[in-house]
Design a protein around this ligand. Structure first.
Ligand code: E4P
Length: 217
């Protein structure tokens, strides 16, 4: 499973990229607002050091507006992925960008039928929102499993990008369910490396090593 980081904070993206843990980046209008930065400037900066796909979301709600904004965003860098909402206009815009050879990420997906439509529109990625479904007491991971089954039934190449991932358990469950990608907040990615027994074991090894009085170098 690929790891995308779900943030517009450049320092966090750089840190994870330096660890070699990043396959791509997703942003959305809320994350851009939180960063307090200029949208196009921040996308250009991310694309200057991330090789993988970087999702930039249109703000328009209508087809013509989405096409105009998406064409403009796609000029920023070759690895910009145009993020479009799962609406009829968004699906039409998805087909437009796919036909032009520009990658797309269809977002705000909450049902398997919506994911089926995105695949038929030629989406590169479909983003089912796991955490937001959990928030309303619907098992978000069931949606990932349903989409996996449907896409496999018909050989759709659209990649399942598990979004609204909020915990380490979400990451594990998405991987078990067969998501192609998870987009994950930076703190959750870093938290995956942590275990209390790892820390305890390391502390003991350091103590025992010091007692030997040896050095390696
Ligand atoms: C990413 O593409 C989504 O916009 C993001 O994962 C949504 O996460 P949230 O539901 O925690 O805001």
């Amino acid at each position: 499973m690929k790891f995308f980081v779900d943030t517009a904070v450049v320092e966090d993206i750089k840190e994870l990229n330096d660890y070699g843990l990043l396959d791509g980046v997703t942003t959305n209008p809320s994350l851009i607002a939180k960063s307090g930065r200029d949208f196009k400037e921040v996308i250009a900066e991310i694309c200057s050091f991330v090789d993988g796909p970087v999702s930039a979301e249109v703000a328009a709600m209508d087809y013509d507006g989405m096409v105009a904004e998406g064409d403009h965003l796609a000029e920023i860098a070759n690895n910009v992925v145009i993020k479009l909402p799962l609406t009829l206009d968004g699906l039409k815009a998805c087909r437009y960008f796919t036909n032009k050879g520009i990658k797309t990420n269809v977002t705000l997906c909450f049902t398997a039928n919506q994911a089926l439509l995105a695949a038929k529109a030629g989406a590169t990625y479909i983003s089912p929102f796991v955490g937001r479904l959990d928030d309303i007491n619907i098992d978000g991971m069931d949606l990932i499993r349903d989409i996996r089954a449907i896409y496999d039934n018909y050989g759709f190449e659209t990649e399942i990008l598990a979004a609204s991932i909020r915990s380490a358990n979400h990451v594990k469950e998405a991987a078990i369910a067969g998501a192609d990608v998870s987009t994950i907040p930076p703190s959750v990615i870093k938290g995956l490396a942590k275990h209390v027994l790892t820390d305890k074991g390391l502390e003991q090894f350091a103590k025992d090593w010091a007692a030997t009085g040896q050095t390696i170098l």
